[in-house]
Design a protein around this ligand. Structure first.
Ligand code: 4NP
Length: 164
């Protein structure tokens, strides 16, 4: 439908570090562009350990340092997500594999992509957003750099009609 928002789901393992960061960065970009009402953004995890938790405070701090707010509570990906969303954006190859395994139909599996495919500077051997959970603060900053480049590319593609 013409006025339907573009529905994007960002997915990582825990839904407390990378995917809430990607959601927050994308929301920041579309708000900055004055087009937030054209998007339906959410994030989810393939794992269930952190369901109900807020974003990791290290992710929240790294984002806040760049004026980006993270919110929401962790939830698991479910079958309805494959129905609802236009694109399901995996942060790494494990997330991609897990999403492909639970996609209920071929059509919904085709909605699953790596987020960094949309970074024009990235290459297929370098599509992962590395998991920062067990590392130091630099990892959280690096996540923002990677997801911001990819989200800018994704937004350009959406606005140009190349995605979803
Ligand atoms: P995320 O990071 O997938 O970017 O949210 C992780 C968070 C928690 C765990 C692993 C990764 N964990 O093993 O609890």
């Amino acid at each position: 439908m013409e006025n339907e928002p573009v529905k994007l789901l960002f997915v990582c393992l825990g839904n407390i570090c990378r995917s809430p960061t990607a959601e927050g960065v994308m929301r920041h970009l579309v708000e900055e562009a004055g087009i937030a009402d054209r998007f339906d953004l959410d994030s989810a995890g393939t794992g269930s350990w952190h369901i109900g938790d807020p974003p990791d405070r290290r992710s929240t701090a790294a984002a806040a340092a760049r004026g980006i707010k993270l919110d929401g509570r962790a939830r698991g990906v479910d079958g309805g997500d494959f129905e609802h969303f236009d694109l399901i954006l995996a942060m790494d190859a494990y997330n991609l594999r897990d999403l492909q395994a639970i996609a209920p139909t071929d059509e919904s599996e085709a909605k699953v992509k790596m987020l960094r495919e949309f970074d024009p500077m990235s290459t297929p051997d370098d599509y992962d957003v590395p998991d920062p959970y067990y590392g130091g603060p630099d990892g959280f900053d690096h996540v923002i750099d990677l997801v911001e480049a990819a989200c800018r590319g994704l937004l350009d593609d959406v606005l140009a009609g190349r995605a979803p």
